[in-house]
Design a protein around this ligand. Structure first.
Ligand code: GLN
Length: 538
């Protein structure tokens, strides 16, 4: 069978959840026994989202091979349980960078380099790349942005050309739109969808399926109207109604026959019914759990829902594993002072101090950590959160009042967190952090070892600073232990306080590898400890 390509565009509004629809269809096809991956093409000019502030574009996700990517790749991995890579996320910036580099090398000598064909050829080349590995039966390609945007035009043109070049049965196009509900008129409106499809068709791409995001069910009549005016087959208007959980969406899409339409359109002889047993079990678990806990997420980007996406999702997975609903309450670290910390953390059964960059909100994180350390509240610190628990310990246990990270105080006399040696040479900001998966060896008998059930792990990183190992002996003498270290460099990757019920800081990001079917051990452990803490507290 040839590799098949499904293209997903979005119209009417952004944030409709194209990534979730793509992931859901991919999940269903995978559950039918097909080998599937998803890639995202983003129309912005940044080479990757690594240099973007989370307020701009939500969390920056990191793949095993160290790519800094759009957060939708996190959804792809969580739904499919397979790793993505650098090749799964391409931006306009990356496309232009390749074309301009080739131009400088003389690859187009004599030719005028243009959007068509040079930019569109490079987009097409990348769209086909994963398909050529032979590893996949189906490649879903999500086009970021909204149809009609000037910047997405070259991508739409590339899709048009591919649909023309590839055999008809190897290509499919899905358009996701919004059907707004006007409460004054008590009516669902289809006009924006009609306009969006018109714009798409003006670009030469005819959708095979229209998926409609809606807050109310679409009547048969309305579906027929959309089908007629948007020129798709009557059964190919799919309703995607607001779901109680993103993990419910694959089941909703299956009920709407989206996977069946796809295998028929792509002429895949696949009569399998999707095998979704484990997925359904997970959904049952998150629907009606027997327990609940409150975890406070301390961070500085808390105003934006998407800024800590993978952490939020990891708590859903860890909750399911503990038969527990995890209420994640976000807390702006800038607001925390030594005076109000007790009040702000009241009710917390556990706290997670989030990753981050720069100086803002750092001191608040230190105050929160001092409080949980002294009060035996379960704690997980990730990356910057780990670094701040080291700083807190140095200040309040080792007695180095001015101990700090050199990220905040370059002139501190006790740089317990310091820039990694190789980082000192880099001036370029994009793609130069310590990125992607590294091995880590756990100390026998440690909390981390018992949670992982193994001594050899691999976790993903994204940082420039590290635990300054010149201080390690002193930390360990006073009770903060390095229980996870990089086997080659000795870099400290995990610290623990064995005297505390649950206190772990990880230099890596466990949240990136948590999935519904494989909840992450550190999150699972934190939720279990929070449940225990709640019981004892009561
Ligand atoms: N700013 C810190 C560093 O670069 C932590 C990074 C993070 O939390 N991802 O090391």
């Amino acid at each position: 069978m040839n590799t098949k390509y499904i293209f997903i565009t979005g119209g009417v509004a952004s944030s409709l959840g194209k990534g979730i629809i793509a992931s859901s269809l991919a999940k269903l096809l995978q559950a039918r026994g097909l080998r599937v991956t998803i890639q995202k093409f983003d129309p912005y000019i940044n080479i990757d989202p690594g240099t973007l502030n989370p307020y701009e574009h939500g969390e920056c996700y990191v793949t095993e091979d160290g790519a800094e990517t759009d957060l939708d790749l996190g959804h792809y991995e969580r739904f499919l349980g397979v790793y993505t890579s650098q090749a799964n996320n391409v931006t306009t910036g990356r496309i232009y960078h390749t074309v301009i580099t080739k131009e400088r090398e003389g690859a187009y000598l004599g030719k005028t380099v243009q959007i068509v064909p040079h930019i569109t050829d490079e987009i097409k080349r990348r769209m086909l790349l994963l398909g050529q590995t032979g590893d996949y039966d189906i490649i879903l390609t999500e086009i970021g942005g909204t149809i009609g945007d000037m910047e997405s035009q070259p991508f739409v043109e590339a899709v048009r050309q591919l649909q023309w070049e590839l055999p008809e049965e190897d290509c499919m196009s899905i358009h996701l739109t919004l059907i707004p509900y006007l409460s004054a008129a008590k009516e669902l409106k289809t006009k924006p969808t009609q306009h969006s499809v018109q714009a798409l068709q003006q670009g030469g791409v005819k959708p095979d399926v229209i998926v409609c995001r809606t807050e109310h069910p679409l009547s048969a009549e309305l579906r027929r109207k959309i089908a007629l005016f948007c020129n798709v087959r009557p059964g190919h208007v799919i309703q995607s109604i607001d779901a109680w959980s993103i993990y419910q969406v694959p089941l909703n899409m299956h009920e709407e026959h989206l996977d069946e339409i796809a295998v028929r359109k792509l002429q895949i002889d696949n009569f399998a019914v999707p095998e979704l047993g484990r997925w359904r079990t997970f959904l049952e678990r998150i629907k009606n759990p027997s327990h609940e806990v409150e975890i406070v997420l301390v961070g500085k980007y808390v105003e934006l829902q998407d800024a800590y996406k993978s952490i939020q999702e990891a708590f859903v997975h860890a909750g399911a594993a503990n038969d527990c609903r995890v209420h994640v309450r976000t807390l702006q670290s800038e607001t925390i002072t030594p005076k109000n910390v007790g009040e702000l953390l009241k009710g917390a059964d556990g706290i997670l101090v989030a990753p981050g960059f720069g100086e803002r909100g750092l001191e608040g994180k230190v105050h929160a950590i001092k409080y949980v350390r002294e009060n035996g509240i379960p704690f997980l610190g990730i990356c910057l959160g780990m670094q701040m628990c080291v700083v807190e310990f140095a200040r309040n246990v080792l007695g180095y009042a001015d101990a700090s990270s050199t990220e905040k105080d370059p002139d501190t006399t006790h740089p317990v967190i310091d820039m990694m040696e190789e980082q000192k040479k880099t001036t370029i900001k994009g793609g130069t952090m310590r990125l992607g998966a590294y091995a880590c060896t756990l100390k026998e008998g440690s909390l981390a070892a018992s949670l992982y059930g193994s001594l050899a792990i691999r976790e993903r990183h994204r940082h420039r600073y590290e635990f300054n190992s010149e201080y390690l002996d002193e930390f360990e003498k006073h009770g903060m232990m390095a229980t996870g270290r990089n086997p080659e460099t000795g870099l400290v990757e995990i610290v623990e306080l064995p005297s505390h019920p649950f206190f772990i800081g990880s230099q890596f990001h466990p949240e990136y590898k948590s999935t519904p079917e494989n909840p992450h051990p550190l999150f699972k452990g934190l939720v279990a400890a929070a449940l225990e803490y709640k019981k004892v507290k009561a």
